[in-house]
Design a protein. Structure first.
Length: 157
């Protein structure tokens, strides 16, 4: 499997025209452990508040993530998903490496996932993220979420 420079997947910023591609993948991965965006309206709100990146392998979109830079310099990551047909092949790890490289100067990076999402949790922990707390009914869907935080120091890869 070949990747670009420094083994990175390429990033492309999603715009209003990309709602259907984005929502297609959300539908495929959404469920108890991943709160998917379900409408164009939600997607348009998302790209107003933050940068949504597509991960691309060659010319094909293989996943996406939301990257929000806060006023204090910290970064919040959300909506991380790899297309099921590409999962389990190392693309999630490469995608995380690529996005953490963008955020490498942030004093703090946080993200949220479901406590049963062991695959995602083990991926995040392998980069030095630590679970700081669990919140019940975090998105109002009746499901708990854990908050994972990475703070200063080198991001392990
Ligand atoms: C979570 C997700 C992004 C991972 O992407 P992926 O391409 O499958 O991940 P990779 O193949 O790069 O594997 C990355 C790591 O996941 C972990 N992992 C993979 N399969 C696993 C399994 N069955 N059980 C536990 N951990 C597993 C490992 O830590 C693996 O690390 P390794 O490189 O040392 O093997 C992907 O499964 C996904 O999109 N899931 C649906 C949406 C979602 O839940 N997103 C996270 C929301 S916070």
């Amino acid at each position: 499997m070949k990747f670009g420079k420094k083994s990175k997947i390429s990033l492309e910023i999603a715009g209003a025209d990309n709602a259907s591609d984005y929502l297609l993948l959300e539908k495929l991965v959404g469920g108890k452990t991943y709160a998917a965006l379900a409408s164009e309206k939600e997607f348009l709100e998302e790209i107003k508040k933050a940068t949504v990146y597509f991960f691309k392998n060659k010319d094909e979109i293989i996943g996406h993530i939301t990257y929000r830079l806060n006023k204090n310099g910290s970064v919040h990551l959300g909506g991380f998903a790899i297309d099921p047909k590409y999962q389990g092949q190392g693309f999630g790890r490469k995608a995380m490496e690529t996005i953490l490289d963008l955020a490498k100067n942030a004093p703090k990076i946080d993200l949220v996932t479901h406590p049963d999402n062991l695959k995602a949790i083990s991926l995040y922990q392998s980069f030095g993220f630590k679970i700081t707390e669990q919140k019940e009914n975090y998105y109002g869907d009746g499901e708990p979420r854990v908050i994972l935080v990475w703070t200063s120091g080198k991001i392990a890869s």
